[in-house]
Design a protein around this ligand. Structure first.
Ligand code: FNR
Length: 371
């Protein structure tokens, strides 16, 4: 297997001025086929494009004469106090772009008081990640073909201090990405699903990500299995991958602690709506107090402001995390998070909001669709 990590830095390149700049720089650090796999959406990238335009079509209308000297981005989520509402989304196989993979990401989360959501499909074990992450860590759980394996993952993550479980429901099957296919992307043998090695058909049989969907991801949980998991779990269970208000309502009734409005960064089915477009109707359905998070398309602090204004309590960052990791490892991810937080603070200050609640309760004049 050829070395596919082109290079990585141990300093912040001087041409990074904002969080999104990591996206511009990433192609210098990630081999083209891997970049196509990471950057691409499903099919022809239509949803991927919606994810961006849903944000850029909205403008923030600033308000003057508001005292924001005590401004702060802190928030309570599931009874946990977060310094800011910016979480690292679960992203599989991070050693594709950096030799330290999820360990570097964990360091970055810890050093910036950020909550990291570790993926079932991480290339480092959840135990390893837990050792390096800060106290704010959640585990993203994919149901396994054998329900006992699902329970084992739950037990392992609870035993190692993950504070919430995120069950992703939207990716049991994914429409292939034209971009990744035409770039001839395939998973290299040295990037593996470290968490699943011990529970494959044989412990000696390494799990190749190429076979994940056939061998591991075929099972979508039944309502009963999900209800069981929610009941058994000693930590809150959130559901990721919801775009319809009725699904959110059903999951709330089932006992979910929160819902992540997401289209998986445009990677599931091309043609589904932008998650931001579905957020207001979902917020209206579940009420003000039910935790709602959003991801898909966020590239700046301004985008985070818009998501909160339309009903999100917090957001998750997918691709920017991978890009920053590829450029400068833990330092890059920490820097990207710092930039996003500063961009959010700047937007809040100019918009006259001194708290996330201020953004949420803003009169509808604060965020307007551009003509
Ligand atoms: C993902 N995402 C994802 N989600 C999940 O629940 N489990 C996973 O293992 C992965 N893996 C993964 C790999 C890669 C390369 C990408 C780009 C994304 C989806 C991720 O959590 C998130 O929903 C999106 O990435 C958000 O969109 P943005 O921020 O990338 O636009």
């Amino acid at each position: 297997e050829s070395i596919k990590i082109l290079k990585t830095l141990n300093y912040i390149p001087p041409d990074i001025m904002c969080a999104q700049d990591y996206e511009l720089l990433a192609p210098d650090f990630i081999a083209p086929d891997r970049f196509a796999y990471i950057a691409g959406g499903s099919g022809h990238d239509a949803t991927l494009r919606h994810n961006r335009t849903s944000f850029s079509d909205l403008s923030v209308v600033p308000r003057v004469l508001r005292n924001v000297e005590q401004g702060s981005t802190t928030t309570d989520l599931l009874g946990q106090q977060l310094q800011h509402p910016i979480l690292l989304a679960p992203v599989a196989y991070q050693t594709l772009v950096h030799p330290d993979g999820e360990i570097a990401t964990a360091y970055a989360a810890r050093s910036t008081d950020s909550c990291m959501v570790a993926s079932t499909l991480s290339s480092k074990t959840l135990e390893d990640i837990a050792e390096h992450a800060g106290p704010e860590r959640w585990f993203q759980l994919y149901f396994q073909p054998d329900f006992n394996d699902t329970k084992k993952l739950l037990n392992r993550s609870v035993a190692t201090g993950y504070r919430a479980i995120v069950v992703t429901l939207d990716a049991a099957v994914q429409q292939p990405s034209r971009r990744a296919l035409s770039a001839n992307f395939s998973f290299p043998d040295d990037v593996q699903a470290a968490n699943l090695m011990a529970q494959g058909p044989s412990t000696a049989d390494p799990i190749n990500p190429r076979h994940i969907f056939k061998r591991y991801m075929q099972n979508v949980p039944t309502r009963e299995q999900l209800a069981w998991l929610i009941e058994q779990s000693p930590v809150p269970v959130l559901i990721k991958g919801v775009l319809h208000q009725d699904d959110a309502l059903e999951l709330k009734a089932l006992g979910a602690a929160g819902v992540i409005v997401s289209n998986h960064g445009g990677r599931t089915l091309d043609g589904v709506p932008a998650s931001l477009a579905m957020l207001p109707s979902i917020r209206a359905a579940v009420g003000d107090d039910f935790p709602l998070l959003l991801d898909s398309g966020i590239r700046s602090g301004g985008d985070i402001f818009k998501a909160i204004a339309l009903g999100a309590d917090a957001v998750l960052i997918g691709r920017l995390q991978v890009y920053a990791l590829s450029v400068a490892g833990a330092l890059g991810v920490a820097h990207m998070l710092k930039l996003l937080r500063e961009e959010l603070e700047l937007t809040m200050a100019v918009a006259g909001c001194s708290s996330l609640d201020d953004i949420k309760t803003a009169d509808m004049n604060r965020v307007l669709l551009t003509p």
